[in-house]
Design a binder for this molecule. Structure first.
Ligand code: NAD
Length: 244
């Protein structure tokens, strides 16, 4: 079976297609996923550094990781996978992207309808007075960065143990319950509650198409089709087939 063709046909017939993306789609833009080989996460174990408890206990230590992640994010450029999704939206074939990523690369590629399930790294917020500033406008020479009120700034990205922004959670679950097709791209689908999105879509009758370099817990259970390979390779092929 030609799965690229099957996927293109499903998208072409669907009146509402969504994409759920994870760290894998940005891997080839130079931002390493949590699960996978080394890089940033070989140095900073996410379970030790990416939690709100760790931030409260030792903000300087967590900011050392956040600063390095920020440098990586602001250097990164979208790849062909991000660009293919932006073009699908432009063609009216993709309603929106729900992303677990905090890197802003979908928007940089031209996507407009993006639900940032885990927030983003573009803004920081003061943990005391809730002042919000652009991430790039604050000095990171001394860590942690401190607000004029004396409180500590934290990026608006969601750390483990923090709630999902209300509007993102609501829109994502609502859209998932109404879509006809869901592309699940570059996510291990183990981080809750984002991991519920494919299940909600499936329960409401959507076709689930997974694009990943490796099998996941969804493969063969929740997913109707599994397209094995890099998203920067597979998504442009689907786009090309759709334009045929
Ligand atoms: P994950 O690290 O758990 O899983 C990444 C998945 O991507 C794996 O299943 C892997 O097989 C797959 N993958 C790797 N390279 C790929 C490629 N080129 N094409 C397609 N698939 C590929 O990521 P997750 O499921 O998103 O969950 C981890 C959490 O980490 C998320 O909540 C996210 O907020 C955060 N995170 C974000 C970034 C980012 O913003 N770019 C980077 C690291 C972690």
């Amino acid at each position: 079976m030609d799965l690229i063709k099957v996927t293109a046909e499903i998208i072409s017939k669907s009146s509402s297609t969504l994409a759920l993306t994870g760290a894998g789609i940005s891997a080839e833009s130079g931002i390493p996923p949590f699960r996978g080989s080394g890089g940033l996460w070989g140095k900073y174990d996410p379970e030790e550094y990416a939690t709100i408890e760790a931030f409260h206990q030792d903000p300087e230590k967590v900011w050392t990781m956040l600063k390095e992640l920020g440098e990586m994010i602001f250097r990164a450029e979208p790849n062909d996978g991000h660009r293919a999704l932006a073009e699908l939206e432009e063609m009216g074939k993709l309603k929106s992207i729900i992303t677990q990523n905090i890197d802003g690369l979908h928007q940089k590629a031209g996507s407009r309808s993006v639900i940032e399930f885990h927030g983003n790294h573009r803004k920081v917020v003061c943990m005391s007075c809730r002042t919000r500033l652009d991430y790039e406008s604050i000095s990171l020479d001394i860590l942690p960065p401190v607000c004029h009120c004396g409180g500590i700034f934290k990026p608006e990205s969601v750390l483990f143990g923090e709630p999902i922004p209300h509007h993102a959670l609501h829109s994502a679950f609502h859209d998932a319950s109404e879509c006809e097709a869901l592309l699940v791209i570059g996510t291990s689908a183990v981080v809750a509650p984002a991991s519920q999105i494919p299940i909600i879509a499936k329960q409401h009758g959507a076709k689930i198409i997974e694009v990943n370099t490796e099998r996941t817990i969804l493969t063969g259970t929740i997913s109707d089709f599994f397209l094995e390979g890099s998203s920067s390779h597979i998504l442009p092929l689907v786009l090309k087939m759709l334009k045929h």
